[in-house]
Design a binder for this molecule. Structure first.
Ligand SMILES: *[C@@H]1O[C@H](CO)[C@@H](O)[C@H](O)[C@H]1NC(C)=O
Ligand SMILES: *[C@@H]1O[C@H](CO)[C@@H](O)[C@H](O)[C@H]1NC(C)=O
Ligand SMILES: *[C@@H]1O[C@H](CO)[C@@H](O)[C@H](O)[C@H]1NC(C)=O
Ligand SMILES: *[C@@H]1O[C@H](CO)[C@@H](O)[C@H](O)[C@H]1NC(C)=O
Ligand SMILES: *[C@@H]1O[C@H](CO)[C@@H](O)[C@H](O)[C@H]1NC(C)=O
Ligand SMILES: *[C@@H]1O[C@H](CO)[C@@H](O)[C@H](O)[C@H]1NC(C)=O
Ligand SMILES: *[C@@H]1O[C@H](CO)[C@@H](O)[C@H](O)[C@H]1NC(C)=O
Length: 437
């Protein structure tokens, strides 16, 4: 027998085996998933079935990695409504809704909130970990009537979107488990906030907790460790239809997940290391004190290793010396010299901030330039820094006639910085202060 024949027989055996063990990846109207039965995605990556988290005896319908010995649940259907016994049944009911029932199918525990019903519904677990409902009569198997990726729990898998479908109003948010025994929503959230520059923000209860800064075309400006790399591709989309963040693994064999971890209130990115059989922590935020929301107040610059950690930008001074000194920086800094002109609106290619700037931090590498508009009388001091790779734009900010000129200059700078594909933002400050719009 040659190798091909052996492999062929092996494949047949494998197919028979998976058929015998009911390892199907989908159900149709007449089929159910009950205790002891699971769906397995076609390539064997993910499994859907009933489980009990931690030391709890409650039953939940969830999705986890099939081939990872440490049971890692990435999605839960009935996170708010546990089943107290082994009576759970997942099925497509007579009106083509995907429902999770209990108590001898008399009680509805959870249902998939699809907007449209299929005439020939198929519920399928995809290799991406996405549970989808599609219509078997629809020639395009990529048309989903519902998908679990639209209703994330605490985990962002490759290809999942964090953010908004602005047309339907669907918002995909991550909400950490209450604790590892209870997947119901805790108080630790990550969501996309729709400002002029949409921004992903983490909340601890009702307190803003961490922001990675706006998207600069390649990554979030406050997360230089996520610059383009051979492992991940990051994607941020913001247009009139959608505003979301997603990531992909460039090598399909890399297994990675991002999780909102309530244990120590961090968002962690893990990679599965097969050889060690462990999840390796690839990155996490917040990383340090400087990542805390509004630590240094308006116009305060956070410098890890600095003493004190918060320092006013040049040309600014503590708003209240009294509170600044005892290391409460939340009031931030104010201009030493007030501006004698109004803010100017407009510009293109750059992100422009009006009002108070908060959450500025100095990065040792990978930052970007921040230009702070100053009163002309403060300019003398900054002259020395002209030599340090900085473009200083001197603006005598008095005459209104000059304002249009400044706009032009700003526009030209922004244009010349197109390599950032727009959205040049704050977050840098490598000894660089310029004075501009
Ligand atoms: C199917 O489930 C949906 C969602 O729970 C429900 O509204 C509908 O009445 C159910 N249909 C039948 C025939 O039970
Ligand atoms: C669905 O409809 C069939 C036939 O009308 C009926 O026998 C069955 O009990 C129904 N199932 C549910 C869950 O309502
Ligand atoms: C479940 O319901 C069916 C039909 O109503 C009934 O015959 C059966 O005894 C019930 N089983 C249990 C365990 O209650
Ligand atoms: C189902 O969707 C509708 C419309 O999008 C929404 O108003 C409703 O709250 C949803 N129900 C659940 C249980 O998610
Ligand atoms: C949550 O974080 C803790 C501390 O870093 C870690 O030990 C644990 O494995 C994490 N949990 C998950 C599910 O990643
Ligand atoms: C969370 O846990 C990780 C790993 O143990 C640690 O490095 C990180 O500093 C912790 N984060 C917070 C906010 O405590
Ligand atoms: C810092 O000062 C502000 C008022 O300036 C006050 O509201 C806040 O509680 C203080 N924070 C701490 C940690 O003392």
């Amino acid at each position: 027998m040659d190798l091909n024949a052996i492999m062929f027989q092996g494949t047949i055996l494998l197919l028979l085996f998976s058929w015998c063990t009911n390892a199907a990846d989908s159900i149709t109207q007449s089929q159910t998933i009950s205790e002891g039965r699971t769906l397995v995605s076609a390539d064997g990556s993910f499994e859907l079935g009933f489980f009990s988290p931690g030391s709890s005896t409650n039953r939940y319908l969830g999705i986890w990695y099939k081939n990872i010995p440490i049971k890692t649940v990435v999605w839960v259907a009935n996170r708010r409504n546990p089943i107290k016994d082994l009576s759970g049944v997942l099925m497509i009911n007579n009106t083509s809704n995907l429902v999770l029932l209990s108590q001898n199918t008399t009680s509805i525990v959870w249902y998939a909130n699809s907007t449209k019903q299929a005439s020939n519904p198929i519920v399928q677990l995809l290799d991406s970990g996405n549970l989808v409902i599609r219509d078997g009569n629809d020639g395009n198997s990529g048309n989903y009537l519902w998908q679990s990726f639209d209703f994330p729990i605490d985990t962002l898998l490759p290809g999942m979107k964090l953010g908004w479908d602005l047309k339907s109003g669907l918002v995909r948010t991550l909400l950490a488990w209450k604790n590892w025994d209870d997947p119901s929503p805790g108080d630790f959230t990550w969501r996309m906030e729709l400002h002029e520059n949409p921004e992903a923000v983490m909340w601890k209860g009702s307190e803003e907790y961490y922001r990675s800064g706006p998207w600069n075309g390649l990554r979030f400006s406050g997360a230089p460790e996520l610059r383009p790399n051979p492992v991940f591709k990051f994607n941020f989309v913001s247009n009139e239809n959608e505003a979301y963040y997603e990531y992909h693994t460039l090598d399909k064999s890399v297994i990675s997940r991002m999780v909102m971890n309530q244990t120590n209130y961090s968002r962690q990115r893990f990679i599965w290391i097969e050889a060690d059989s462990t999840w390796s922590l690839y990155a996490y935020v917040p990383r340090d004190n400087c990542d805390s929301y509004n630590l240094c107040g308006p116009y305060g610059n956070c410098i890890i290793g600095g003493s004190p950690i918060c320092q006013c930008l040049k040309g600014f001074q503590p708003k209240s010396q009294q509170t600044w000194n005892p290391m409460n920086w939340s009031q931030g800094c104010v201009r030493r010299t007030q501006l004698s002109c109004q803010d100017i609106r407009g510009g293109s290619g750059c992100a422009i901030w009006y009002g108070n700037l908060i959450d500025i931090r100095q990065l040792s590498a990978g930052g970007q330039d921040l230009y702070v508009r100053m009163a002309a009388s403060e300019l003398g001091e900054a002259k020395d820094e002209q030599k340090t790779r900085v473009i200083v734009i001197v603006i005598v900010a008095v005459a209104a006639a000059l304002i249009s000129g400044m706009l032009l200059i700003a526009y030209l700078i922004c244009k010349s910085r197109k390599k950032f594909r727009g959205n040049v933002t704050f977050y840098v400050l490598q000894k660089t202060y310029c004075h501009i719009v």
